[in-house]
Design a protein around this ligand. Structure first.
Ligand SMILES: [Zn+2]
Ligand SMILES: [Zn+2]
Length: 157
């Protein structure tokens, strides 16, 4: 017997309908991943695959960790999730903005001292992107990786 379902947050419903429209199955594992990532997005958290796996295990204990990892990959391929590379080998996930598939709609900077990840507006790197396009014909994917630096708190006064 399933408990009465709580209504889906709008971004989860939107992701679910995009999955269905793409002919993709919405399995309990995928559903749990979408809910976990949506909740993290709303609290400005940036979760790694491992962290998402741990949270999915709390709501869907029957879902194997490997299934979560496989679904993260396929959900990114379908354009429902976006990923961002941080310093080191860490990768974190967001729900993708429907208007900009494969993108979270914002860019990131990360402090290499404390590891904090900050969201920055999508147009932050616009001038850089424009210059690269003009000078090199290079299309910069500004949301794909975080730029590293030192946050305000970690800079010695
Ligand atoms: Zn810092
Ligand atoms: Zn972010």
């Amino acid at each position: 017997v399933q408990p009465a379902p709580t209504p889906d947050p709008p971004r989860v419903s939107s992701a679910v309908s995009r999955l269905r429209a793409a002919g993709e199955r919405v399995t309990p594992a995928r559903y749990a991943v979408l809910r976990v990532v949506d909740a993290a997005d709303r609290t400005d958290e940036h979760l790694t695959a491992e962290e998402i796996g741990a949270r999915v295990a709390q709501v869907e204990p029957s879902v194997h960790r490997a299934t979560v990892y496989r679904n993260l990959t396929s959900l990114v391929e379908t354009g429902v999730l976006s990923h961002v590379h941080l310093g080191g080998s860490a990768t974190v996930y967001h729900l993708a903005e429907p208007a900009v598939e494969h993108s979270s709609g914002h860019a990131h900077v990360q402090c290499h001292s404390c590891g904090r990840v900050l969201d920055v507006p999508p147009d932050t790197f616009e001038e850089v992107a424009e210059r690269l396009r003009r000078d090199l014909g290079f299309a910069l994917d500004t949301g794909h990786a975080a730029l590293l630096g030192t946050c305000r708190d970690c800079q010695t006064p």
